[in-house]
Design a binder for this molecule. Structure first.
Ligand code: CO8
Length: 260
């Protein structure tokens, strides 16, 4: 996959997608979002990829937001279309069959923070900075921030960040549950790859169903969500990988999953 604003690298069942506009701190313009849409569509259909990592090029930024120079002249209709494109891309990531890890290697502001919170897990480097500074620009978060951030960290903490435009560091982001773990910049990618490779050895169909169960279940009330989980659990027993995983345990050997 060749793109002007993205680098896509595949190694050992793990695809790494790097937003590659370091001169503008990887700000998301329309072209970059269109390329991301194309890239995630292809990754969703690629069974050889078991886990995806998203990161930013350079040492300063994951993504410093939607591209302000692109947005500045927009009229309402074009603003709506741009917001919808951002929603489409973040939803694709959220519902990608594979787990997605955000490797946050610097600024994750505005649309960059929204991109990170659409991923399944977030690992950050000690130099990462987070915030929704849109109110400084006279706009609101438009790629899902007003919706996903309160669901992730709770309404009060999300409101504080969204209303004030405050920027917080990685340690604080970890404390409030915005990121899972924090590593030195040198170790960030190695830690993300280690987790990705571990997930890639697990039953692939089971991992896909786990993601579906969590995402779809969170949209339901608990009783319906548990019925839904039971259906997915039952479905696992129609797979060869369930027989293999349980036989391997009983035979005291490693499973050889076939994704079948
Ligand atoms: N858009 C465009 N260019 C950017 C952006 C951005 N979001 N962020 C940084 N850049 C550019 C700078 O303009 C600068 O370019 P140049 O070298 O040509 O002047 C270059 O990147 C380097 O940036 P700085 O010189 O500013 O670097 P500093 O280290 O001094 O500062 C900061 C780093 C603090 C990250 C600073 O660049 C900054 O505040 N950036 C903007 C952060 C921001 O406000 N992000 C939110 C944007 S709004 C948004 O994301 C809304 C999403 C939903 C949209 C919905 C649409 C409907």
């Amino acid at each position: 996959m060749e793109y002007a604003n993205l680098l896509v690298e595949k190694a050992e069942a793990v695809a790494t997608v790097t937003i590659n506009r370091p001169k503008s701190l990887n700000a998301l313009n329309k072209e970059t979002l269109l390329e991301m849409r194309d890239c995630f569509k292809a990754l969703a259909e690629d069974r050889s990829v078991r886990v995806v990592i998203i990161t930013g090029a350079g040492e300063k930024a994951f993504v410093a937001g939607a591209d302000i120079s692109f947005m500045q002249p927009l009229e309402p209709e074009a603003g709506k279309a741009f917001g919808r494109l951002g929603h489409e891309v973040t939803r694709m990531i959220e519902y990608l069959p594979q787990p997605v890890i955000a490797a946050i290697n610097g600024f994750a502001l505005g649309g960059g923070c929204e991109l990170a919170i659409s991923c399944d897990m977030r690992f950050a480097s000690t130099n990462a900075k987070f915030g929704q500074p849109e109110v400084n620009l006279g706009v609101i978060p438009g790629f899902g921030g007003t919706q996903r951030l309160p669901r992730l960290i709770g309404k009060g903490l999300a409101n504080e960040l969204i209303f004030s435009g405050n920027i917080i560091d990685a340690e604080e982001a970890c404390r409030i549950g915005l990121v899972n773990r924090v590593f030195t910049p040198e170790n960030l990618m190695a830690e993300c790859r280690a987790l990705a490779q571990k997930i890639a050895t697990r039953g692939p169909g089971a991992v896909r169903l786990c993601k579906e169960a969590v995402n779809n279940g969170l949209e339901m009330d608990l009783q319906r969500a548990c019925v839904y989980e039971a259906d997915l659990f039952a479905h696992c027993f129609s797979s060869l990988d369930q027989k293999e995983g349980m036989s391997a345990f009983l035979e005291k050997r490693s499973p050889n999953f076939q994704d079948k």
